[in-house]
Write a protein that binds this ligand. Structure first.
Ligand code: PLP
Length: 362
């Protein structure tokens, strides 16, 4: 029996068609039409004024922090419970990530905890919508507005999730997405910034591509980077975007089957979801007693399940003292179960059966 993967890309005929067309038409570079087409389609899907494609989710976050003029001496409040790219977008700009705890049983950064960490050096707040579960944005935006701080949304794991009818990634100054191979939609590697802010969009574009000015060839006013997406990745992205609702539907159906199949098991809890949200399941993640034993047991049964993040305040580059009980609880108990949109019902039933067996002790 092949191992049931935690996640895998869901590539179909449409993706093959678009990528083949791009190759056949010699459209491979970042200046070829598929990149502009993908940006335009993405902006339209999310109702954003601008979409700016990048070579990764980290690049998207990094560029937004940079374009906001944040640098040495500045602080940015970020969740401690997140993937490491979130604080790296701050530290690679020479600024300091200051960690705040998440909610109880909810992976999103908590508004009250954000407010406790605000100082005169704070220049922005980054929230991360993890596992496809939106953060509780209303209190977060209230705190941000009260202190006049821009909010950046790390939406790497929540393409298409909504909070009170509005897409995650459209509440703050900018939303940043990842299209890494495991994500809800993929370009292999890649990312996207969405924003309605003219100045932010203009600066992010300049910094993304060597500050090239077509009117003045080889005159670069700013020291910048090459963080561009290629046309091949964009062609893949265009197809995945056309299928996004289908991909989300499949992943949410998987989450619903886990919820039904694993309810009422002593030792397992489900994450809390803020009211009036529609999740876009990335990895269906539950909280489990004896989590590490469960991961090992499932591995022996050919099931690839994975522990969740180690909180950022515990990682060597980011060690920070503080009180983060909710993040620590999630980090100790969180386990992501196979959630690929390609997962068959038969394989999922096998996973459910094995998890039940683990807790029944048989
Ligand atoms: C929450 C979060 N933020 C940022 C990233 C970074 O994205 P990428 O791997 O495309 O750089 C990821 C995914 O890897 C992520 O899960």
């Amino acid at each position: 029996m092949n191992k049931i993967p935690l996640c895998e890309p869901d590539i179909g005929e449409l993706e093959i068609k678009y990528v083949t067309e791009a190759v056949r038409n010699n459209m491979v570079s970042s200046s070829a039409p598929p990149v502009r087409n993908f940006e335009n389609a993405f902006a339209k899907f999310f109702g954003a004024k601008y979409a700016i494609a990048t070579n990764s989710g980290l690049s998207a976050l990094f560029l937004v922090v940079k374009a906001l003029g944040i640098g040495p001496g500045d602080e940015v409040i970020v969740p401690t419970f997140t993937m490491v790219a979130t604080p790296e977008s701050v530290s690679h700009n020479g600024a300091t990530p200051v960690f705040a705890d998440c909610g109880k049983l909810n992976p999103g950064i908590d508004a009250g905890e954000i407010e406790k960490k605000i100082t005169s050096k704070t220049k922005a707040i980054i929230v991360a919508h993890l596992f496809g579960i939106p953060c509780d944005m209303e209190p977060i935006m209230r705190v941000a507005e009260k202190h006049n701080l821009p909010v950046i949304e790390d939406t790497a794991e929540a393409h298409g999730a909504t909070y009170r009818g509005k897409f995650c990634g459209t509440f703050g100054k900018a939303g940043c997405f990842s299209f890494y191979a495991s994500k809800i939609m993929t370009t292999g590697e890649g990312g996207m910034i969405i924003t309605n802010d003219d100045a932010l969009a203009a600066m992010a574009k300049r910094l993304r591509e060597y500050d090239i000015n077509p009117k003045q060839p080889y005159i670069h006013e700013l020291a910048a980077w090459n963080l561009r997406m290629s046309a091949l990745e964009a062609a893949l992205g265009l197809a995945q975007l056309e299928r996004l609702k289908e991909l989300i539907g499949k992943r949410n159906a998987i989450a619903a089957r886990y919820a039904a199949g694993l309810s009422n098991i002593k030792g397992l809890e489900f994450m809390a979801v803020p009211p009036q949200t529609e999740i876009s399941t990335w990895l269906c993640t539950v909280l489990a007693d004896r989590r590490d034993e469960l991961v090992e047991y499932l591995a022996k049964e050919n099931i690839d399940a994975k522990r969740v993040f180690v909180p950022m305040h515990d990682l060597p580059p980011y060690k920070q003292s503080g009180n983060f009980p909710n993040a620590e609880y999630l980090a100790e108990h969180g386990i992501s179960l196979p959630s690929a949109s390609t997962l068959s019902e038969k394989d999922q039933n096998y996973v459910i059966e094995k998890v039940k067996k683990f807790y029944s002790g048989q």
